[in-house]
Design a protein around this ligand. Sequence first.
Ligand code: ARG
Length: 459
Amino acid sequence: MTLWSGRFSEPTDADLRALNDSIGFDIRFYAQDIKGSIAYAHAIADAGLITKDECGRIVEGLTLIRQEFEQGIFVLAPGDEDIHTAVERRLIEIIGDVGGKLHTGRSRNDQVATDFRLWTLDTVKALHQQLGLLQTALVEKAEQHLETLMPGYTHLQPAQPITAAHWLMSFFWMLQRDRDRLRDAHPRIAVSPLGSGALAGTPLAIDRIELAERLGFAAISENSLDAVSDRDFVAETLFVLALTGTHLSRLAEDVILYSNPLFGFITLNDRYSTGSSLMPQKRNADPMELARGKAGRLIGNLTGFLTTLKGLPSTYNKDMQEDKEALFDAVDTLQKLLPVVIAIIHTLHLNPEKMQAALGEELLATDLADYLVNKGLPFRAAHHVVGRVVRLAAQENLNLSQVPLAKLREISDLFSADVAQVFDFAASVARRTAPGGTAPNAVRDQIRQAKQRLDSLSE
Ligand code: ARG
């Protein structure tokens, strides 16, 4: 028997129960449900609806139920449809009829929204911290490779030399924005819908503000119709997690590519590499392929849930129950993934010799154009001149530095003997000292900024 079976003459169909019940997954926020109910008991006691003594018994009963959950001895009853009804049913079993007073003026509609917001607040905080650990791993690795040179790519074609530290730090900032977004979402998640009733508000003289404060919310909802159906906080969190997953997938792709023997820039630690059952030589980056692949799942959770919300009529509709599995899955996915990605970055071995060996002189073509610019040539013209030098070198099968000065001077008489100084990868990198550039000194500053952001956000 369910708690709402009064108006029906036949028991609910078993297949419908299997479809309708959410206890299989919303049991996950039993702690938030009980916390919300304890606060609500105090609120209706303050409003004079139950006596202090009744409130005390309700709180005692709820505390006992929490212990049962914590000890793993809470027994579900056949009628338990969701966590809210399960807790209420057990409360009445333990303390008797007075337990039935707890739900006065409250609906599962404002209750579930309250519980899920509380759960999301806790979860967002934990993810925020975990992302910080990944950022820390990136900073630590970057600090070891401030002077390590590697090719930088655009369009996946060799572009300009960069430092490995700069490459690693680029992911720090993606994650920083993800952490900022999690933090920015906080005031919109931390809004208490409790006291909205089923949809129209509560006739009880409860102090909604005090109730919200007791639960750690920052504000109360202003419209009960909106409050019981506002799942923006779920969609927004799903978006941040989908974008985080997208960032991780890009990091993963670089790691996969750079660990390919054709690049050989990095080697994954044995503990985080996988082999092949058939090919004995294989060293696969499976965890990174999973990091890349899981982004699809995270994006799917977001688009799936937005599709559920789209076009719903006003206030609560059962469709909204779909919010939970989407967010649970997204959170579980990241919480399984992040520890492995963090460990992979911590144990990642960089191979500076391989990176060095991949530095072709064509990466210095821009520097050669800059050389001509310094001699007074407009950049557009310099670009054209160097294009001709590159073509000539390719025709003659020469590196750029091997093209004889006489040949260079045939193309532009601005070339002189000092052009030899251009062909120095470290010097090229060291010139890019403007903030945000790849020069070791600029990256040192970047890392200083990064550490400040980590400190200021960890409070
Ligand atoms: N299990 C439901 C959910 O997750 C709780 C709210 C049910 N409300 C209702 N009117 N049936 O959304």
